[in-house]
Design a protein around this ligand. Structure first.
Ligand SMILES: NC(=O)c1ccc[n+]([C@@H]2O[C@H](COP(=O)([O-])OP(=O)(O)OC[C@H]3O[C@@H](n4cnc5c(N)ncnc54)[C@H](OP(=O)(O)O)[C@@H]3O)[C@@H](O)[C@H]2O)c1
Length: 319
């Protein structure tokens, strides 16, 4: 490989996992306000599946396609999440330096399925970047950044107090696993909802109670929740993930109770929130979960696995 070339996964059209191919492209050069990141790991998130296949329901598909390309993708390299090492910095960079281990998201710039990418140091729709927690691997950091950004943003809307009853619907996925642990950190009594095979796993994250949405349609008499976070959102097929149990849980909200979905509004690309997440992880309050790790060469296989809709924690790509 030439010195100015890197491995990257590219695609020229929307479609199934097979549209993704491994290729060799030029290493990007950072602008004055950008960092060049040597990416060590990326992830296959549900967002990457939507961006690749663009399977989003009407009418959300309209603004989504306007942003990522109407008839064909605007960006050939996809990948929303990265962790890696700062390789080079533009002249206006102040906060980070070469050699720093970082994690973040690339926003509408995508381009994380590659050995290098450029990211602005200041938060924007083109991404956010922060110092990676020292006590986790690059792969774990990719699960932390996506699940953590979603979980913290939407859990904080609950203004959760000590001993309140919190329900995490979709507790075994990338955001749910972090939401359960964050709820316990805030002192809440946390109930998780997932399928039967993940009950023990969600308990191991600290949940006080776990309910199987595949076999349970009603709640125990007198059950009440102060806050519900729906972390199940939309499945990789673009359809809302719901159940009779979810309807029952919403009916069990207290008078002042609140139900929030991780699909309410846009995910904020916020490096300050990542700094808080770094501290929680380094203080051992939150442990990011990795289901599987694939090499970049197996990106098609990784996308097929995540399309199955039942990853446990996150799926990382080692680069
Ligand atoms: N607001 C934004 O800007 C924004 C940005 C990015 C993503 N999102 C949303 O976040 C979602 C991704 O979240 P994630 O990666 O944490 O999801 P995930 O890892 O795919 O986890 C999904 C969870 O939902 C559970 N589940 C699946 N079907 C269910 C059903 N019918 N009822 C109850 N639970 C069900 C799964 O449990 P089992 O496996 O045990 O069944 C799992 O715990 C996206 O799909 C999108 O909707 C929003």
């Amino acid at each position: 490989m030439n010195d100015d070339k890197m491995k990257a996964v590219i695609r020229s059209k929307y479609g199934p996992p097979e549209v993704l191919t491994l290729s060799e492209v030029k290493i990007p050069v950072p602008k004055d306000n950008e960092l060049l990141i040597n990416i060590k790991a990326s992830a296959v998130t549900n967002s990457d599946i939507f961006i690749r296949g663009s399977k989003i329901s009407f009418p959300i598909i309209i603004p989504f396609r306007l942003m990522i390309g109407v008839f064909k993708p605007r960006k050939s390299i996809i990948g929303l999440v990265f962790s890696g090492i700062v390789k080079d910095t533009g002249s206006k960079i102040k906060r980070l330096s070469p050699g720093d281990e970082v994690y973040g998201m690339t926003g509408f710039n995508l381009s994380a399925y590659a050995e290098y990418t450029c990211v602005k140091e200041i938060d924007s729709t083109a991404g956010c970047v922060s110092i990676k927690p020292k006590n986790i691997s690059f792969e774990e950091a990719t699960s932390a950044v996506y699940g953590g950004a979603l979980a913290l943003q939407y859990m904080d809307l609950g203004n959760i107090k000590q001993n309140q009853k919190v329900l995490i619907y979709g507790a075994s996925g990338t955001s749910g696993t972090i939401a359960v642990q964050y709820g316990k950190y805030l002192g809440a009594n946390v109930t998780g909802v997932c399928s039967g095979k993940n009950i023990d796993f969600v308990k191991s994250l600290g949940a006080d109670d776990v309910i199987d949405y595949t076999t349970t349609e009603t709640l125990k008499a007198g059950t009440k929740f102060d806050f519900i976070l729906d972390c199940a959102g939309h499945g990789p097929n673009g359809k809302k993930r719901t159940s009779q149990l979810k309807e029952e849980c919403i009916k069990a909200l207290t008078e002042k109770g609140k139900c929030v979905s991780i699909d309410d509004g846009a995910l904020k690309l916020d490096s300050k929130r990542l700094d808080s997440l770094t501290k929680l992880i380094e203080d051992n309050k939150i442990r990011p979960i990795i289901d599987k790790i694939y090499p970049l060469e197996k990106i098609v296989e990784a996308h097929k696995y995540v399309e199955g809709g039942h990853k446990k924690g996150g799926v990382a790509i080692k680069i």
